[in-house]
Design a protein. Sequence first.
Length: 389
Amino acid sequence: MNVALVIEWLDAWRGGAETSTQQFIHALIARGVHLDVYTRSRLSPTPAMKVHTIATPVPARVAKTAVFVRRVDGRIRHQSYDIVHAITPCMTADVYQPRGGTVVETIERNIALRRPQVARHAKRLTGCLNIRQQLMQRLERRLLTRSDPPMVAAVSNYVARQLHDHYSYPPSRVRVVFNGVSADDTPPEQRIRNRAEIRSMYGIAEGELLVILMAHNFRLKGVARWIDTVRRLSQHHELDVRSLVVGKENPARWQRLVARAQVGSHIQFVGPTQRAAAFRHAADILVHPTYYDPCSRVVLEALSGGLPCITTSYDGASEVIESGKNGLVVSTPDDIDELARAVVTLADPRTRERISRACEPLQKRLSMTRHVDEMLALYHDMGVAATAV
């Protein structure tokens, strides 16, 4: 099976969608699929993967995406592929998989996190002048309204609803292929060492409750609400929480919020890491108070590894959580009382142990193997011979 995969950027440091796509690529190749990857990133090819790094020699940064898509479409039209699988919207796509959710919903949720209401209005107005936003909307709308619309592989029911709500997209052209993650195969003895090492590194004793938050976009993923929550836990619940915020964003602004909230002894910003699994091994809880996530990879990885999680209803990953049984889902990141109560619930070691055990059946459901199986089944149902399955 010959597949063309189109994604503008494929650098893991950029975020969860790129990392998930890398894992997806490796899993496809392991199943015998031959891939041509069209991207602006510079990648090392392998025997089963040919990389087409697309140059975009235009001075205007916002025009580079348009040039990338136009050049990809031009090249693909002169090739013969069984499937063109696009993550960045291009008109030659047979399958569109918006791993970041629809462009429209992404914009709407970025507006929703602004406070107060006047800031939301201002953000909406400035969005009308945001050339890149307008370009991405046009590209997606053009793809989804063409005469022969692509199949859309939605990574959650949340994304499927977005397609209905924003585009009235025909349900027959949408299939939910729920997001998957690669298994954490760290041996138990190494997990114990990781836990001790990370806690020692940041001065956190074994008996202290450690909550981690892992994100690249601190505003969108609710870091400010988490700071408010830690203050609420300290002042109203008398719960001494230690928290590590892991991610590549400049922490200066957020450290000022921490100082203002007087929770500097509770929250540390540790920067980006190549050892995400080690931080999960060290933690007692993962909190993800996001305003928007089509299907959070960090939550799925934590659930798959049995780490109790708290996320919001604006995260597609919440669809596999039975709140109170194998995790906790809060209605909105703005409700810091609800978020604080969720942390208090998980502060009990017996509750965490019960929830961790309840996560075990999720491992197969959340696996990248299952995700690839379902994607190959979609290709097959579209008429592609499943020679690689």
